[in-house]
Write a protein that binds this ligand. Sequence first.
Ligand code: TRP
Length: 497
Amino acid sequence: MKKGIASGHRPQWNTHIGFLLAAVGSAIGLGNIWRFPYLCYKNGGGAFLIPYFLALVIVGIPFMILEIGLGHRMRGSAPASCAGASTRWEWLGWWQVIFVMFGIVLYYSVIVAWSFYYLLLSFGLDWGADPNSFFFNDFLMISKGPFEVGNMRLPILFSLAVVWFLNWFIVFRGVVKGLERANKLFMPLLFLLILILVGWSINLPGSSEGISVYLKPDFEKLKDMRVWIDAVSQIFFSLSLGFGILIAYASYLPKKSEIVKDSVIISIANCSFSLIAGLGIFSVLGYMAHKLSLPIDKVVSKSIGLAFVVFPKAIGMLPAFSQLFGVLFFGCLLIAGLSSSVSILEAFTSSAIDKFHYSRKTVVSLLAIAGFIGSTIFATQGGLFWLDIVDHFLTQYGLVLGGILECILIGWIYKAYVLRGHINSFSQLKLFSWWDYSVKIVIPVTLAVILMNGFLKEVTSPYEGYPWPALALIGVGWVIFTLFFAIFVAARPWKDY
Ligand code: TRP
């Protein structure tokens, strides 16, 4: 099995803060800026913070301790760590890194590419007076449906090449010189930019109405199961859990590491960032509603619509320095997105190095080329439909299923108390035995409920009204294909030194 992982060959973070910033960089992504604020608003405002923080404490932090603890214990990437826990489970680690690398990151990097392009547009506010029409008709030139992919959009392709070049450049340079350095630059910059943006936004007229809509608690909403499911899913995706990323990052930690404390710090940094970003987003929406004399619910939008339609519009309406605001906002999206996408490149790269001892430079270069080519499907005129479908299936099923399996492997087969013993032998902050129950029962059951619920909804009301066979082809097919790929790779022999 994992004979090949000689610890002498493993890189190590130069500084502890370098590890923390890289993990926070992976966690903070597009999801924090455009998904969290909208979820919060939709799901009961301030009241949503209750399920959100419960999900953080009950599922998020314990799962993060599991992933960091596992990578630290096995000193290996996700496949090596799964194989270390039980030789028959190596495929699980491969599956995680493969479906994130050849699924989620392919479309995620396209959104990062849009952000880069919009950053350039911001200098002249070049989206014009009708950002909605600009985005769909001029920029995406959107086709009629997923089966009409149309032509490649050259502006997107160009930005995509830039994004994949940056991804390549950072991971190519290695753990310390690439990832650690980039995050040491990116994260402080991102915090600074977001503070400037939020400070600016909350001083706009109408901002307080925006913030009150964002946070005004509606406890009635908590009776709806959907709200609780949204909270857990958001925590899971936002903290980059079940991606195999934290396992790889933790494998570069020194022996003496405070796993529990680090997990708490990373989680809190991520969730505070979301909350603060929401203040800025809703202040701007409040300002816009104020200017247009509309109620806020008429200007609110989620994800892509928020960032690429509503925000450009609001930016154009600002009293002064609109261009600067645009540059800062899209700059934030770009940095937040890049620091997440490099993390999965690293997770995959370290997996390939662990097992086959390929050189980092070769793996990263091939991966970046494959990633760029794979992303181009989302850069076509039908790309947005594909993006929607792949995102829906991979995050709804792939991630959640991977999470459940990881809990079964560590909780029941490897045994939670064994890993807890390892973590406690290095941590000052000790894990209590309730963590075992959390990993063995609470987390997998919670995730299983989410999975079942999503599945039932799928059968009763097919996703976005597309016919089932079409969906099976794209969405489910992608999940299954990556699974077979993972089983195949896992069956190859480990290379010895
Ligand atoms: N946590 C990120 C977010 O909230 C998502 C993310 C983390 C991600 N790592 C990733 C997405 C790797 C794609 C690839 O947006």
